[in-house]
Write a protein that binds this ligand. Structure first.
Ligand SMILES: [Zn+2]
Ligand SMILES: [Zn+2]
Length: 335
């Protein structure tokens, strides 16, 4: 089979590689379409080191080509969206249902080979049956969508609430639609105005480029018509975005963080205590894949407008270059 093999930072070659054989409990999936994201870029660039050689890629839809011993579901020929994380299943965190927090969690495309290839071997339990009648490309972002489905659930967003989403990348543009599906009003906030028109098209009632001069506190108050928004979902993963979220939220409100700020993030905890702000971390997903696919199938979340570019697998180096361009949101790769 063909696979894009990363031999070291920025050393990526599409090569012929032996087709993997599914072991007991595993499925072999023929990749139909794969999404490229910032995590892949940070692996490609070497910022996030992995064991080399490695096949990257963790957002994908495909068809089950073969199954290993003992697998009753999925079946050969099934179309599946793959949940690219699996946990040990035995530790206290896993046993209590917190499998996303398992200390020995395995990430497909990071810890083991992923989907920038024609075929990929995954545990059978990672395969979610794709709803009939929904195109592969529409399901391609099920993985990032599941992340924000969990974030909205963590924040217990209710109908009629005034909410804000910080960041207008893939996660932000999906989050605002999930919040809309909960019946909330959404203010989309981004450092740049570039994607705010798309945010409006996808259902944001109001948008704001936070580099503008008006104070973010005022923007939150004006939108909520009270002391600030009830709930903020932060998706950008920067110290600035965390600060923006804390400026938008009202006293007694909730801030849910889905981005992973790698830099030290100054937070005035005086203001957190004084205003009784709940700050919640939300890490990937536990059981949100089915709900993410349901939202796409029901048309409550539109994913296609996020796909800005298509490339064949052999053009993957160009895809990584285009990923860095401001015009790019989500790139689809086809083997
Ligand atoms: Zn991703
Ligand atoms: Zn575990």
């Amino acid at each position: 089979m063909k696979a894009a093999i990363l031999h070291g930072p920025r050393s990526l070659r599409v090569e012929a590689s032996p087709a993997p054989t599914p072991a007991a409990g595993e499925a072999l999936v023929r990749v139909a379409v794969a999404g490229l994201c910032g995590t892949d870029y940070s692996i490609f660039s070497g910022e996030r080191p992995v064991g080399y050689p490695r096949v990257m890629g963790h957002e994908f839809v495909g068809y089950v080509e073969a199954v290993g011993a003992g697998v009753t579901a999925p079946r050969v020929g099934d179309r599946v969206a793959v949940e690219p994380n699996y946990s040990c299943g035995a530790c206290p965190l896993c046993r209590e249902g917190n499998r996303n927090l398992c200390l020995t969690r395995t990430a497909i495309g990071i810890d083991v080979d992923g989907c920038f290839a024609e075929l990929v071997r995954v545990p059978a339990q990672c395969c979610w049956p794709a709803p009939a009648g929904v195109a592969d490309e529409d399901l391609m972002v099920t993985e990032p969508l599941a992340v924000v489905v969990r974030a909205a659930a963590r924040a217990q967003v209710r109908s009629g609430e005034a909410t804000a989403v910080v960041g207008a990348g893939t996660l932000g543009l999906l989050a605002l639609q999930v919040l809309r599906a909960h019946g909330a009003r959404v203010l989309a906030v981004s450092r740049s105005a570039r994607r705010l028109a798309l945010a409006r098209e996808l259902g944001a009632e109001a948008t704001y480029a936070s580099a503008e001069t008006a104070s973010l506190e005022d923007v939150g108050r004006e939108f909520s018509r009270r002391e600030g928004v009830d709930c903020v979902v932060e998706t950008a993963g920067t110290a600035e975005a965390v600060a923006d979220a804390l400026r938008l939220v009202r006293p007694g409100g909730r801030v849910v963080l889905t981005g992973l700020p790698h830099e030290p993030t100054p937070v005035r905890f005086f203001s957190v205590v004084r205003r009784e702000i709940s700050i919640l971390g939300s890490m990937i997903y536990q059981d949100e894949f089915a709900e993410a696919m349901r939202l796409v199938a029901a048309g409550q979340v539109r994913t296609r407008p996020l796909i800005t570019h298509h490339f064949a697998l052999h053009e993957i180096e160009r895809a990584f270059a285009v990923h860095r361009e401001p015009s790019s949101i989500k790139i689809a790769l086809t083997p």
